[in-house]
Design a protein around this ligand. Structure first.
Ligand code: 3AT
Ligand code: MG
Length: 335
């Protein structure tokens, strides 16, 4: 009965379009911020090239995938062919190089899952994480950025979902909730599944961009300027989509059997992936396939207690959007 009652959203849902779009606009980083990021990247390039003339730096993550809100940290990848040193040694060496300049709080985190150097640049006041040879992240950053070009509603939806997740404390992988990257994939998948579809499945189309990284072939259609009117037959508004997103994750997703897959633009079964039982620390309680690293479930950080937290938050959000008299305030209330 609950399901039936909730199947259609409230009649005045579109009154939320204005506040949602205002929130989205307020989260977009100003142009000066982009310029400062470039400035810091140029400084880092100069310092790194003294030691490693052939090395390259790439921006990745939210500063480059177009899903970054204002005042985010930046993520940088150092691409280097260095056979004499292992990753930890490179990280330590990199930290030494950067310490010699007037960068602040330079720290080498060699034991993290992804080893990084952290630092803060006092001139631009930007904090930055630098990883080594994590080129899959550079490629998945491009995929996300390309999807954002297809339909403006993706960026709007993802900003609102990320803002909600941060406000509600469910964007903390170390506490068993989901990464920003996972939330953006959930948004892309949700828009691929609308009927008519709002987003295509770029990996199922003709390959116009292709790279092989760590033996993984990453290819997809990246001429996205040709897809600008792809979603025109679907007139759903941002308010309807935000409601639909939470409604899906609260009441429709089959947590027992389903894996969401941006790669196929479809739902696939856990059996097909052999993700039906816990292996080591991978519990597969909510399954989100990485678009390129197919054995990688972005939900693997979620455990028995955090899945409860997540699902309760999805239900809370869906119910607020359905019944609350002031949903825009309530939805983002700090937890
Ligand atoms: P924030 O705005 O910083 O919250 P973000 O998009 O920068 O969002 P993260 O800082 O969580 O997201 O991650 C930075 C990038 O690293 C995003 C993605 O390109 C890559 N990445 C993150 N987690 C994973 C993962 N589990 N598997 C593969 N790539 C990942
Ligand atoms: Mg980031």
């Amino acid at each position: 009965r609950m399901y039936k009652r909730l199947m259609t959203c409230r009649g005045d849902i579109n009154s939320l379009n204005v506040p949602f779009l205002a929130l989205y606009e307020s989260l977009i980083p100003p142009e000066e911020e982009k310029a400062k990021q470039k400035q810091l990247l140029t400084l880092l390039e100069k310092l790194v090239s003294k030691e490693w003339p052939k090395a390259q730096l790439y921006l990745y993550g939210s500063c480059a995938n177009s899903f970054g809100v204002c005042k985010s940290d930046i993520d940088v990848c150092l691409a280097i062919e260095e056979t004499a040193m292992d990753k930890s040694e490179i990280i330590l060496k990199l930290a030494d190089i950067l310490k010699s300049d007037n960068l602040q709080n330079v720290q080498a985190l060699t034991r993290a899952r992804v080893p990084i150097v952290k630092l803060m640049d006092p001139v631009t006041e930007i904090s930055c994480d630098i990883c080594v040879n994590n080129l899959l992240a550079v490629v998945n950053t491009k995929l996300l950025r390309d999807y954002a070009q297809v339909d403006a509603r993706l960026r709007q939806l993802a900003f609102i979902i990320k803002h909600w997740a941060k406000s509600r404390g469910v964007n903390e992988t170390y506490q068993g909730t989901l990464s920003s990257y996972a939330y953006v994939l959930m948004c892309i998948h949700f828009l691929q599944m609308r009927r008519p579809a709002i987003l295509p499945c770029l990996q199922e189309m003709e390959t116009t961009y292709s790279v092989t990284v760590d033996d993984i072939k990453c290819g997809y259609f990246d001429e996205v300027e040709k897809l600008r009117d792809f979603g025109r037959h679907n007139k759903e508004t941002i308010a309807q989509l935000v409601w639909g997103f939470f409604f899906y994750w609260a009441y429709c997703h089959d947590y027992a059997d389903s894996v969401i897959s941006v790669r196929t633009g479809n739902i696939i079964s856990k059996r097909e992936k052999d993700w039906t039982r816990r292996i080591g620390n991978d519990r597969h309680l909510i399954c989100i396939e990485d678009p390129f690293e197919l054995s990688h479930d972005l939900g693997r950080v979620v455990d028995k207690s955090s899945i409860k937290v997540l699902r309760e938050e999805f239900e809370r959000a869906a119910d607020i959007l359905q019944y609350d008299s002031n949903p825009c305030v309530k939805l983002f209330e700090p937890y």
